[in-house]
Design a protein around this ligand. Sequence first.
Ligand code: T5A
Length: 227
Amino acid sequence: MNKGLFITIEGGEACGKTTQVRKLNEYFNNNFNSNDFMFVREPGGTPLAEELRKLILNYNEDKPLPMTELLMFCAARSQLCHNLIIPALEEGKIVIADRFYDSTIAYQGSARKVMSAKEILNLTKLVIGDLKPDLTFYLKLSPEEAFKRKTGLGELDRIELEGMNFHKDVAKGYDFISSLEKERFCIIDASKTPDEIFSIIKAEIEKHLKKSRVASPVSKSEDENSI
Ligand code: T5A
């Protein structure tokens, strides 16, 4: 169990993660001390991991082999976890990550079939130790619906350009891991409106914060009152 609270947001392409992360950012900025929380994204989050992100998603000269791609995601994750996420959680912060290792299980495991979910979990343990999300929101959207949302969104990266079967396998991967680790997953129907989805996410986070000893939404105003 983490000292802080580790929240991850997951789902296939265009499920609305970025939209929800934006709303969460606003919510945390309005209700918490800036020292109490941290937002990160995967792949990315540190200068080296952001460079790896560019290479993973957009480097087309020497297309990464599936195993190379998997290891690049792991390399970026190592950098992010050891430099930012683990220290923040040890300080008792709330960390919100846009994607984490469930993405690797869904994309590199279930869709690319590089290795099984169990092997990915073992590899992840070697890379980041016992770190595990406390709460994972899986925004579940059918690939058909996701493809409709993607139309007209501009330039797509290497993974987004994969076909429908790939994205159906991604969805199967998420269904598998979320059924295996039910206790940390909150599955949300991502065809609801952004506001409906956000109110579910916010209620679930507030429920978790009440149970834990990490910062609560009142902490910002308490501090302001004491000035
Ligand atoms: N990846 C990542 C791996 O293969 N393995 C790994 O281990 C990891 C960590 C990263 C890519 O890397 C892969 C997965 C990805 O392919 P990313 O930055 O996370 O990429 O990007 P995407 O998942 O591709 O993010 P997108 O921006 O495409 O999708 P989002 O963030 O889920 O969706 P969002 O919020 O940008 O919304 C997309 C569109 O839908 C609309 C929005 O307005 C927008 O137009 N929308 C809604 N429409 C209707 N109803 C709603 N509720 C809506 N919410 C948003």
